[in-house]
Design a protein around this ligand. Sequence first.
Ligand code: UTP
Length: 402
Amino acid sequence: MDTEQILAAHGQRQLSSVLEGLRGRERADLEKQIAQIDWNTVEHWRKQEDLSGKGRVQPIKGLDCVEIRRCRDVFAKTGTEALQNGKVGAVLLAGGQGTRLGSDAPKGAYDIGVSRPLYIFEQLVANLLQVCSACNCYVPLFVMTGEQNDEYTRKFFQKHNYFGYPSEYVRFFVQDMAPVVDFEGNLLLESASRLAMSPNGNGGWYSSLARNGALRDFPDLEWLNVFAVDNVLQRIADPLFVGATILSGCNCGAKVVCKRDPYEKVGVLCLEDGVSSVIEYYEMTDEMATARDRDGNLTFGFGVILNYLFNLKKLNETVGEKIPVHVVRKKVPFYANGEIVSPQTENAYKFETLILDMVRLMKTCLPFEVVREREFAPIKNKTGVDSVESARELLLQNGIRL
Ligand code: UTP
């Protein structure tokens, strides 16, 4: 099919006149972008989020802090050995746009220091270095970027000498992008000759990493600890978590915190039709959210904090399996009639897959409880809940100089 036919077949004839106005390189580039579109993804704009598709949801058994303390030595031994034998890698998800923080730079380049500069990336690397020095080994660190922040991120690491991490253990890879459409499903342009694209969500991390080839540099890897850029307190490649997950025989592990209250806006780990799954807070019925066990704990109380350990073999088995595409309403600037339009309200759909949906593909997942005040300080906003301010407070409480 030529480009005209592709556009006609997918109801995008409005782009024909744009193409006609272009020549040479610009035309070729736009044609290339159109040829690469995954139309199955774009078609999701018609369906919107379907929340009726949940299976039978039941509570899942996990390790709470008391149990973890009791088995500490065994977990630590197994985890440390795995790290020292090169079996564990860390994957930093830094491809997001951090729109809520209102900065154009990558979120990890945000300075959260007070009396000295302290970048989010720097704090995360410091957390990882702590584990490395305790275990006397380094862990390969794969950093996922987005097209829009890849160059900035690489240069930022270089400029800061990888924050003290040996650069031969660091690899960058770029996540895939997805087109953006308006509320009628029309592809938007970001300039006269380029489609508006946005990162395709954090669920695409493994296919992007596998395609990149960087895993081949570390042939002993068996487990990948995937974590979000915005939780500055988290322990990365935590030997206890690694050891507990390996010994559990599960295909993945998830660090969780006990939900603060029934309505806290976090995804919850559970069983869905007998396999591990994460349900989002907005998918919970009131009855589920408030249910308690005999001891008074929330029945669905394991809140995920986006720190997972995945078995590599199992990941490879699931490549190609479909995970849901989420359609998200966002404010997206676009190009029309010779100028950039910056909308005041949401005007477009973005398409994202989410890492939490991978938990279901893994089939078995160990919930591993961590103490919220020691390991969960997410930075989503500038002020208020989950903000730079709240994270600073928690860092100080944990003895980190700001
Ligand atoms: P969030 O869902 O909080 O999104 O990301 P975000 O893009 O950082 O921030 P907002 O919503 O625009 O303000 C959770 C984690 O997933 C990563 C983010 O970098 C963060 O570590 N992520 C998100 C990606 O790597 N790629 C994406 O496409 C989306």
